[in-house]
Write a protein that binds this ligand. Structure first.
Ligand code: ADP
Length: 351
């Protein structure tokens, strides 16, 4: 192609070109009426009608002012438009003049929208996550530093205080270490989330292994664990990750499902399968979880009662880890709970 090659677009070609663009695009004429809009634009601003005034469909004063400035001979501009209904969305709107030469249609501007809603949401989540993780680490760290200073000063020669403080410091250091372990697991699982694990693993063996490690904890809390299901239940998965899922759910059932008055309690684990899916559920008879918390339970650091979770050694990351592992296995997590009637967490995996 030599440098002089020029394409002459007739209006049908121009319309087809706009229509083929994946981002929302609209062309506005000088009298502020819509000259053209492609399908993504019509879907984003459903009220738009060709030939009608743009203001009838687009209630965005900043965008309309910017269009006026571009018509008045200004440079191309980009402005932020926050649409509040039906759901809150944020767009970057780029507005540029179309130089149509001596077109009988006169001057036009092109509007291109870029949806920033998702990237803004991810940015906010990342900022919240860093703030939460720092906050979770700051408290035990401040406590360890405080005790070190006390041991160096006032309690220097107090053997009894030293023993007590060292034990608290060990608990706080363990808490930080658990938190860092959980944060690292979470990021590892997230990095591999697109790779579905395919090794055959037997859920019955996994549950048996987890119960072996959690039996002392169950005994300490007065919780009897009962397992029901087939003698074997093979799915495709990652053994260590599924151990982690079972461990988190059974540990939560023991921690939150046991009774404060020391009375015995029970946890039921049930394995099942049909031709499409295998599942295991963990049911406790504790206080349960109020309905309004259920949708947010698997968010990082979301707890129904932060004080109670910390007192029981929780990091607030267990269910977030469970959710990501289950997603990596292309399965789903269902939670049923009624306050006063315990909670039931069910992991469903494809077979
Ligand atoms: P944590 O480390 O706090 O246990 P998780 O992510 O495992 O974090 O759980 C999040 C929150 O969900 C807990 O803090 C608790 O409030 C609630 N929760 C989880 N499992 C149960 C359960 N079996 N019964 C009642 N509440 C539960």
């Amino acid at each position: 192609m030599n440098a002089n090659t020029r394409f002459e677009f007739d209006s049908a070609t121009a319309a087809a070109l706009i229509e083929a663009l994946p981002d929302p695009v609209a062309i506005v004429s000088m009298d502020s009426r819509l000259a053209a809009a492609n399908a993504p634009m019509r879907a984003t601003v459903p009220g738009l009608r060709v030939g009608e005034l743009l203001t009838l469909a687009l209630r965005a004063p900043d965008v309309l002012d910017a269009i006026a400035r571009v018509f008045a001979g200004g440079e191309a501009e980009s402005v932020i438009w926050r649409d509040r209904a039906p759901v809150e969305r944020v767009f970057e709107v780029a507005i540029g003049a179309l130089t149509t030469g001596d077109s009988p249609l006169g001057k036009h501007v092109a509007l291109t929208l870029r949806d920033l809603t998702e990237s803004r949401r991810i940015e906010r989540m990342r900022a919240d996550f860093i703030a939460n993780a720092s906050h979770e680490l700051r408290t035990p760290l401040a406590s360890v530093l405080g005790f070190i200073e006390t041991l160096q000063g006032a309690a220097k020669d107090d053997a009894a205080a030293r023993t007590r403080f060292l034990s608290i410091m060990r608990d706080q250091a363990r808490r930080m270490s658990r938190l860092i372990e959980d944060l690292l697991s979470l990021s590892r699982i997230e990095q591999n989330e697109h790779l579905r694990p395919v090794e055959p693993v037997d859920l019955v063996v996994i549950i048996g292994h987890v119960l072996d490690t959690l039996t002392p904890m169950a005994r300490e809390h007065g919780v009897a664990i009962d397992v029901k299901g087939p003698p074997e239940l093979v799915v495709r998965g990652d053994r260590d990750e599924l151990v982690r899922v079972a461990e988190n759910l059974i540990e939560n059932a023991i921690k939150y499902g046991s009774r404060d008055d020391g009375q015995p309690s029970s946890v039921e684990i049930e394995l099942a399968r049909d031709d499409k899916e295998a599942s295991f559920s963990v049911r406790d008879h504790g206080p349960g979880i109020p309905f309004i918390h259920l949708p947010r339970l698997t968010e990082r650091f979301y707890r129904v009662d932060a004080g109670a979770s910390r007192a029981k050694g929780g990091t607030g990351l267990g269910l977030a880890i469970v959710k990501h592992i289950v997603a990596r296995h292309r399965g789903r997590l269902a939670v049923h709970s009624k306050p006063g009637d315990g909670a039931c967490f069910r992991v469903i995996l494809p077979v």
